[in-house]
Design a protein. Structure first.
Length: 427
């Protein structure tokens, strides 16, 4: 049996625009009356058919001209769908097979326009923008009544399936991202509570000031086990944990314990804003404002020893009249002054003295999920939070004072020579 050579289309075949595109203007007259966008859509579909015809001619030769040496033949058409304005639109797809009929040949144009990746992305963006599945069709572009009537993929179930698939990919991408070579100077860890679930999330700041969502873990509470699982996952994905790193937390003991378990040389910065609120919440309003001013003044002092002395003096003053506030102020006091002790300039210290950066990311996650009325399970929580973290990353800018980050790295490295001997002596 003679062997037939089967022409193939390379996987990276590019779309080739024909020199001349013919559009039936008569068919566009109705669309023009529905608006410019509907007219543009009708024109675009006409261009799509011309591109498909060009693909067919490139593979099978000009129509009506017999060529005994041709490697492919036309094989009629088949109903198919392309993505258009957040919906799937029916388009007749021409078919081409090898001359011996053994295999069907792909058309590069069809492969490009029939893909659903763009539709999935549009669904994700619209749902995160608080457009419900019930009202999804209201956010679609007007493409003309005839096209919209025959379109599919906008039902509640279809939107839900696509959104679940898109958020599952977002979660998988976040948890599988390779962190090898990521040069972090600072790490922020905090928790977000959704219904009965608590997600611990991590945000990194690189040497060039870029903020990067690193991962998340779900549990019932913001405990050491959940946080340790999150940090161990970061380490297993290649994050460097042997170099000194500034870790900013809100003061929860569980977070601190997990950080010190996983990182070799973590330098802890307790969130000054959390400490200020914890203290003032234990004071009457009249006194709280005065204490808050004195704490802020100490936190902005250039000398850590002077700042610590001022705060200790304030704690002594509060000890008799408000012992709870005094105890809260003394708890972890030294770690609230870490950025001052490291000599971080005020411009950069504004970012690193609190957990505002990661709380801003958490607020974006909450905002995107504001329309969710019923949380089914922990996996749903993880999907929504991961998708929200991805959207937050698009809004990130480099931290203020990022030019001082190399100096911060040097200051962190210098702590090894002072901290390590103390650890050895303790051992």
């Amino acid at each position: 049996m003679p062997k037939h050579t089967q022409p193939t289309v390379p996987a990276d075949a590019e779309l080739i625009l024909p020199d001349r595109v013919t559009i039936a203007l008569a068919e566009l007259a109705g669309a023009a009356r529905e608006g410019l966008l509907a007219l543009a859509v009708g024109t675009g579909l006409g261009v799509l058919h011309s591109l498909l015809d060009t693909d067919v001619e490139r593979l099978a030769g000009p129509k009506g001209r017999h060529n005994p040496d041709r490697g492919a033949v036309r094989h009629g058409t088949q109903a198919g769908k392309v993505t258009l304005g957040g919906r799937r639109v029916r388009v007749d797809r021409p078919r081409v097979r090898t001359a011996d009929g053994a295999a069907e040949l792909p058309l590069p144009t069809w492969q490009a326009f029939a893909a659903t990746e763009l539709l999935d992305q549009l669904t994700l963006e619209r749902m995160l923008a608080k457009l419900s599945t019930r009202r999804y069709h209201a956010g679609l572009e007007p493409v003309g009544s005839r096209i919209a009537q025959d379109a599919t993929g906008t039902s509640k179930s279809a939107i839900s399936r696509r959104f679940v698939a898109a958020t599952e990919r977002a979660l998988a991408d976040l948890l599988a991202a390779d962190l090898t070579g990521l040069d972090l100077v600072a790490l922020m860890v905090d928790g977000i509570r959704v219904a009965e679930h608590c997600c611990v999330v991590a945000l990194g700041i690189t040497i060039d000031g870029t903020k990067i969502p690193l991962g998340l873990a779900e549990g019932a509470t913001e405990n050491a086990t959940v946080t340790r699982d999150l940090l161990v996952g970061l380490r297993d994905r290649g994050l460097e944990v042997t170099r000194p790193i500034l870790v900013v937390i809100d003061g929860a003991k569980a977070l601190r314990r997990a950080v010190t378990d996983v990182f070799d040389h973590p330098i802890i910065q307790r969130c000054q804003l959390h400490k200020l609120r914890n203290v003032t919440d234990r004071l009457p309003d009249a006194l709280a404002s005065t204490v808050a001013k004195r704490m802020r003044r100490a936190y902005h002092h250039a000398d850590a020893l002077v700042a610590e002395a001022d705060l200790e003096a304030l704690a002594r003053e509060l000890h008799r009249s408000h012992p709870g506030a005094a105890a809260s102020l003394r708890e972890g006091l030294a770690e609230t002054l870490t950025v001052i002790r490291l000599g971080v300039p005020p411009t950069l210290a504004r970012t690193l003295r609190s957990t505002n950066s990661i709380e801003s990311m958490i607020a974006i996650c909450r905002d995107h999920a504001a329309n969710v009325k019923r949380w089914q399970d922990g996996q749903m929580v993880l999907r929504w939070v991961a998708a929200g973290m991805g959207e937050a990353a698009k809004q990130f800018r480099r931290v203020n004072g990022y030019l001082y980050l190399p100096a911060l790295r040097a200051a962190l490295e210098a702590t090894i020579t002072t901290v390590t001997p103390a650890k050895e002596d303790a051992a």
